[in-house]
Write a new protein. Structure first.
Length: 246
C-alpha cells in the first residue's frame, strides 16, 4: 500500500479526497498497524480520507477504517470486532504418548511461551494473556484517538455488528455503499483508481479512489510497483514512474 499512498501524495492537489473501498476480516497486528499508519499519511497531508465498507471491516480491518475522516458502510456490512485473540494447537501430550522427545533451547525467560510442541506452563499462559491484554489496550486507545465519539466500553468487547447497528454505535458515520457514493461524485469530480495488493499477514481487498473538483491524476496500479502508462496528468506520471523504477 505504501507505493500507492506515496504516488497519491506526490500527485495530489488541494481539495483532493481519497476514498478507500475496504474489505478485511483482520489479521496480524503488526501488518494492520502499518496499513493504518499508511492511511494516516494521507490525513497528515491534509487530504480528506473516506473509507467505504461494503462487506466487512472487522478487527484489523476496523483498525484501518477508523483512521478515516468519515466511514461509510452498507446496511449489512460487518463492522467492529475490536478485540485481540491468540490461539495455537499444542501437541505435547501426543508426543509424550508416542515417546517422542521435544527439546527447545532458548535464552530469556519469555523467549518462548506457548508453542505447538512444548509443554505449556501456567506462567507461560499468564504471560501470553498479559500480552493479549496489552495489545487490546493499544487497539482501544488507537480507536479512541481516531474516533472520540465512540463509547469504548460498549464497542471494545470483540463483538461485531451489521452496518445499521454499527451506525447507531457511532462506529460508522453513514449507511451508504461505495458505488452510491462514487456515483454521487461523477458530475463534480474527476475520479482516479489506484488498487492495492494483499498479503498473507494483511489479507485486505482495497481499492483507493482519488478525486478532486479540479482535474486530477488518472491511473491504475494493478499491483505494487506496476506502472500503467495511460496517465493523463504529468505529476501522477512522474510519481508512478519513480515507484516503478525503485
Amino acid at each position: 500500500m505504501r507505493e500507492e499512498i506515496t504516488a497519491i501524495l506526490l500527485a495530489s492537489r488541494e481539495g483532493d479526497e481519497v476514498v478507500v473501498r475496504l474489505e478485511s476480516t483482520g489479521g496480524m497486528v503488526h501488518a494492520y498497524g502499518l496499513a493504518a499508519s499508511q492511511l494516516t499519511r494521507l490525513r497528515e497531508a491534509n487530504i480528506a480520507v473516506t473509507v467505504a465498507v461494503d462487506k466487512v471491516a472487522a478487527s484489523g480491518g476496523y483498525l484501518m477504517a477508523c483512521v478515516a475522516d468519515r466511514i461509510l458502510a452498507a446496511p449489512f456490512a460487518v463492522i467492529g470486532s475490536i478485540g485481540v485473540v491468540a490461539e495455537i494447537p499444542n501437541f505435547n501430550r501426543l508426543l509424550k504418548k508416542h515417546d517422542i522427545d521435544y527439546e527447545q533451547i532458548s535464552a530469556g525467560e519469555f523467549k518462548r511461551t506457548i508453542t505447538m510442541l512444548g509443554e505449556t506452563t501456567d506462567r507461560a499462559r499468564v504471560k501470553v494473556k498479559e500480552e493479549v491484554e496489552q495489545t487490546h489496550t493499544l487497539f482501544k486507545d488507537f480507536v479512541k484517538q481516531q474516533r472520540p465519539v465512540v463509547d469504548l466500553e460498549a464497542v471494545a468487547t470483540g463483538e461485531h455488528w451489521l452496518g445499521t447497528r454499527a451506525h447507531e454505535l457511532k462506529l460508522v458515520d453513514e449507511i451508504r455503499t461505495s458505488d452510491d457514493y462514487l456515483m454521487s461524485l461523477r458530475d463534480t469530480a474527476d475520479i482516479s483508481r489506484w488498487s492495492t495488493a494483499s498479503s498473507a499477514s494483511c489479507p485486505t481487498a482495497c481499492s483507493v479512489f482519488q478525486h478532486a473538483t479540479a482535474r486530477a491524476a488518472r491511473g491504475w496500479f494493478g499491483q505494487p510497483g506496476y506502472y500503467t502508462p495511460n496517465l493523463t496528468a504529468a505529476p501522477a506520471r512522474r510519481a508512478a514512474q519513480e515507484i516503478h523504477n525503485q
